[in-house]
Design a protein. Structure first.
Length: 447
């Protein structure tokens, strides 16, 4: 009997939720290590290709820039997507570049873009947007919750269960299975040109080396179909973020037609959504170069429960348009087994509390008779305990002024809801204020 677990993660530069950090890579050949998750999306290269075409030469920065050098190294390679899936353009507002970009965005994606940056009166704007909706050949199902990733985090999954007679799947392929920690899985899609791989493989020096390793093993390794005796589990994942490359601000170029110009702002946004139907990917990259105010010249265990690589490419292009080295569960629907170290000001809330009474907005008094108890723990988690009801759990955080209490409920109990309470004071009781009145909680002393 074989067991397949499919896992995906997205990333944000220098961002994490207490486990591993995530980093967005504008280039796929930047050195990586085992301490983070890494994500590359081709909107950066599509923008840089447009910028280079506009200049009619390779951009040259006056200072050594890993960003510029890395993107220059990818310019001469094949484009990863056909033109129907992206829009890219470079030019000045006086040349009508904003109108050109938005006309194409509207025609292809019913979208509009305008810079969110107060640039000089004489800027050069470079922009790219890609959108790709990948639909799996057949939907997967919603079966699995709170399964482990990297041992210390439980996450939610969809997939295919063991012994499902309806799922001898020719649209799911297993390549070069070596052991439960070293294999590759491909999920076929409605569009036969899309290739989606999930590879649980050893880490290499950069994302592109990982990608090359996958393609070599797919080409030369043994290929097998997913059968009814296999199990597939895939975590639900979402990302919607905007990254500002602040370290690039002020970089100047040596190119003659970029004389006296400097980068004003570089942004990249990424939206990623993985579910049982497929993958939705949107990404936007923009760069504003400011000029001075003068005219410018023209039954094996196939479990993705440890670090792995995700690949998105078109069959008719050797270049990927999305690479993801997944090293943590930062953006999965996660159930943290390990809490955080609370701050000094939060210790005032640690302990067991019982709801006591309420004073409504019209000053009427209401006494609660409930045995409900809420316990705030030193690891930043809480439990709500009520007789004859399941225990509700989650995480909590108290603002430094002790006025705002944020509780995040674990998904299987209250759909991942977040509650925000405004606190009047914390002593042997704490008081929550709302537009309907005040609720009073009493501290329990070792009851």
């Amino acid at each position: 009997m074989r067991f397949l677990l499919f896992l995906l993660l997205f990333a944000l530069n220098s961002f994490g939720q207490g486990i591993n950090k995530l980093e967005i890579m504008p280039c796929y050949d930047t050195k990586i290590d085992s301490n983070k998750s890494y994500l590359y999306c081709a909107s950066s290269v599509l923008m840089w290709n447009s910028f280079t075409d506009y200049l009619r030469e390779t951009p040259k920065s006056k200072v050594n820039s890993e960003f510029v050098n890395g993107l220059n190294s990818q310019v001469k390679k094949a484009l990863p997507l056909e033109k129907e899936f992206y829009v890219a353009g470079t030019g000045r507002p006086q040349e009508g570049i904003l109108g050109t970009i938005n006309e194409e965005l509207q025609r292809k994606f019913l979208k509009h873009w305008s810079p969110d940056y107060s640039f000089s009166e004489n800027p050069l704007i470079s922009y790219a947007y890609l959108e790709k909706n990948v639909i799996f050949h057949r939907n997967l199902s919603d079966h699995f919750y709170q399964k482990p990733f990297n041992a210390n985090v439980d996450v939610d999954f969809f997939g295919i269960d063991f012994d499902d007679p309806n799922y001898t799947r020719k649209d799911i392929l297993i390549y070069d299975y070596q052991n439960k920690d070293n294999f590759i899985v491909e999920i076929k899609t409605k569009d036969s040109l899309d290739e989606i791989y999930f590879a649980k493989i050893p880490l290499d020096e950069n994302l592109y080396r990982l990608y090359e390793n996958v393609l070599k093993r797919v080409e030369k390794g043994k290929k097998e179909a997913f059968t009814g005796s296999d199990q597939l589990r895939i975590p639900y994942l979402k990302l919607d973020t905007l990254l500002d490359f602040k370290e690039l601000k002020g970089i100047e170029f040596e190119n003659d037609n970029l004389e006296n110009a400097a980068i004003g702002k570089v942004n990249q946004s990424i939206l990623l959504d993985l579910n049982e139907q497929g993958i939705r990917l949107k990404s936007e990259m923009s760069m504003i170069i400011d000029f001075p105010s003068f005219d410018y010249e023209k039954t094996r265990i196939l479990a993705f429960d440890q670090p792995f690589l995700m690949v998105m490419k078109r069959r008719n292009s050797p270049e990927p348009y999305f690479l993801y080295w997944v090293n943590g569960a930062e953006c999965m629907r996660a159930y943290y087994k390990k809490g955080r170290q609370i701050e000094e000001h939060e210790k005032a809330l640690v302990g067991r509390w019982k709801i006591d009474h309420k004073i409504r907005i019209d000053s009427t008094f209401f006494q609660y008779e409930s045995d409900l108890v809420i316990e705030y723990l030193v690891d930043g988690t809480f439990k709500i305990i009520s007789p004859n009801s399941p225990v509700t759990e989650g995480t909590w955080k108290l603002s430094k002024d002790q006025k705002t209490l944020v509780k995040q409920f674990y998904r299987d109990q209250i759909s991942g809801d977040e509650s925000i309470d405004i606190i009047e004071s914390i002593t042997d009781e704490y008081i929550i204020e709302s537009d309907k009145g005040k609720v009073f909680y009493k501290r329990l002393n070792n009851e």
